[in-house]
Design a binder for this molecule. Structure first.
Ligand code: TYM
Length: 349
């Protein structure tokens, strides 16, 4: 999107507090891509930043989930956040629709974002397929609501997987155009995506050209956060590779997308670099590498899955975390929204 952005940053740099915001959709179970691309970073960022982590149920309804299931799906994601190490005392964990200002700011941003900007969004094109005219307007508008999520808190940093890069660029464009249109330089920060590292783009276990995704019909293409050690081992053993041994340098991964993916997963899950993994496994075959990878995955995911099960069994405790989180989120969002209303010139109710 940057090439399409007609607005140059001007004036002094944004002076407000540094703040992290990110979110995940409550749709049908989280997988390794969600964990390595986002959640693992959510946990690490708590050391340095004030962090706000959302469960985006308003985004989920763009694709019509079962209303009877939605609340429990939200609880599962909240449980995953906490089980992975997001500390509800230090960070804010809440459900998007519990803070009404998300929808209000999204409407205002609808009047800032340009049709042409949204028409370029590749995720909409992928999700709507050949029948864009039959998609909900909400699905088209999805990235505008995402910009509202981030900017409602004047967040400066947004940890996400690589697939969200274009949406983040749109958020920056919306922030910049809002500031310019309303002659309010630096009112909104231009949020910085945090996408680096080997976990940012986890691909399908069966096809190195497709991202790991919960919408893939085959469960063998992904590792779910709740898979047990045996299931993980079976999936990794059956993952697509080639007959050659692992290379001993990064250059040797060129043209071997599936191998590159598995090495990247190993690096991300053990919090090492790709080079370090290749130093250990370069020249060895997949008969040695795959069981080691499966073991590292199970060692990381099994305790999180056990904690998720414990947390989801105690609905009252989870709901208390989410209620407290929504209160903390509102306390940040409402004064910012009041300022936005003033800047835009809306009626002071
Ligand atoms: P969602 O639920 O689709 O994805 C949640 C997070 O997981 C990352 N992710 C991946 N990372 C690496 N490899 C993969 N295969 C993979 N698949 C998913 C996503 O990049 C994301 O970080 N639109 C957002 C939700 C959202 C949001 C926001 C995020 C709504 N408002 C505001 C940040 C800020 C999404 O993709 O959710």
């Amino acid at each position: 999107m940057t090439d399409a952005a007609p607005f140059e940053a001007k004036g002094a740099e944004y002076q407000g507090p540094q703040r992290v915001f990110s979110g995940m959709q409550p749709t049908n179970g989280l997988h390794l891509g969600n964990y390595l691309g986002a959640l693992q970073k959510f946990v690490a960022l708590q050391e340095t930043y004030e962090c706000i982590y959302c469960i985006v149920d308003l985004h989920a309804i763009t694709t019509g989930p079962d209303p009877k299931e939605l609340a429990n799906r939200c609880r599962e994601v909240a449980a995953a956040y906490v089980a992975a190490g997001v500390d509800p005392k230090r960070s804010t964990i809440f459900i998007q629709s519990a803070v009404r200002e998300h929808s209000e700011l999204a409407w205002i941003f609808n009047c800032v974002a340009r049709m042409g900007w949204l028409e370029r969004m590749t995720q909409f094109k992928d999700k709507s397929g050949k029948h864009a005219e039959r998609s909900s307007v909400g699905l088209f508008d999805y990235p505008v609501l995402q910009a509202a999520d981030i900017l409602l808190y004047k967040a400066t940093h947004v940890p996400v997987g690589e697939d969200q890069k274009q949406h983040l660029e749109l958020s920056r464009d919306i922030a910049q155009k809002f500031n310019t249109d309303h002659d309010a330089p630096n009112f909104f920060p231009l949020p910085e995506p945090l996408i680096q590292g080997p976990g940012a783009r986890i691909m399908s276990l069966r096809d190195g050209a497709k991202k790991m995704s919960k919408s893939d019909p085959s469960d063998m293409t992904r590792i779910n956060m709740t898979d047990d050690a045996d299931t993980i081992l079976q999936k990794i053993k059956k993952a697509t590779t080639d007959p050659n041994p692992l290379p001993d340098s990064k250059e040797g991964l060129a043209g071997r997308a599936e191998v590159e993916n598995l090495v990247g997963i190993f690096a991300a899950v053990t919090e090492r670099s790709v080079e370090q993994v290749l130093t250990e496994f370069g020249g060895k075959g997949f008969g040695a590498f795959k069981p080691a990878l499966a073991e590292a995955l199970a060692a990381k995911l099994s305790p999180i899955a056990a904690e998720m099960r414990r947390l989801t069994a105690d609905t009252a405790a989870l709901d208390a975390i989410l209620k407290d989180g929504a209160e903390k989120a509102r306390a940040v969002a409402q004064p910012i929204m009041a300022d936005v209303r003033d800047v835009v010139g809306l009626w002071r109710a």
